[in-house]
Design a protein around this ligand. Sequence first.
Ligand SMILES: Nc1ncnc2c1ncn2[C@@H]1O[C@H](COP(=O)(O)OP(=O)(O)OP(=O)(O)O)[C@@H](O)[C@H]1O
Ligand SMILES: [Mg+2]
Length: 253
Amino acid sequence: MPSRKPSEPAAPPLLECREVKVSFGGIHALSDATLVADRGMVTGLIGPNGAGKTTLFNAITGLHPPDTGLVRLDGEDISQVRPHRRARMGIARTFQRLEVFGSLTVRENVLVAGEIWRRWSKNNEVDVAAQAEELIERVGLRHLARERVDSLPTGPARLVEMARALATNPRIMLMDEPGSGLNEAETDEFAGLLIDLAEEGLAILLVEHDVELVMRVCKRIFVLDFGRMIAEGTPKEIQRNKAVQAAYLGTAA
Ligand SMILES: Nc1ncnc2c1ncn2[C@@H]1O[C@H](COP(=O)(O)OP(=O)(O)OP(=O)(O)O)[C@@H](O)[C@H]1O
Ligand SMILES: [Mg+2]
């Protein structure tokens, strides 16, 4: 018997959120959030302050699971899976309020994440130290590898957080405003890095207020406003969308 009928749909998207709802007391932070993010591309998630972007990241990573609705990873419902298990399943994240080990060096930050990943994956073949060096090089921090992270400006510190997320060999990386604190040259480098990582197959879900950066790197963009997804489309479609202009681009200008 053939394992797949021709009429069967293609593989499910790597990440799918369907009608996710999250309330804090009487506040409906998310009332209807549906999105997909797939391998090999950067997907944007934009919206005004307080729209619910970070809340959706918390629902996806399990820090604050949805009240109702679904989060699926590669077709599997993970809505009630605990955060550390989701991380092991390949969901990595960087935070809006930078979270790094300030008293450790750049290299140590990345090494710690690699060691944790090695323990999870029980993969003793991988040379975690070599992987850390590669990642540090990749995000352009080789010259700072021995510096304590709390001595660094925000831009490089954000890159440390990114290298640390990558050291867990994720399938999807959620990034919450990684561009804030980066200067123009760093933003350019960063955009190139995101595109390269996506081309290698990683799924990236990007929350970012720098609209130009979002338009440059994202294939698809979802727009949240007051906890609801009000638009979805290519950068061009989103730029032309009247509801988006009113809700987001208008206020950001
Ligand atoms: N722990 C919490 N307790 C109560 N209300 C919360 C909590 N976290 C978020 N909210 C509220 O939920 C709504 C969505 O917040 P969220 O931080 O997800 O927005 P955001 O889109 O990430 O905004 P920003 O662009 O400013 O980061 C806001 O009204 C916020 O005040
Ligand atoms: Mg936020």
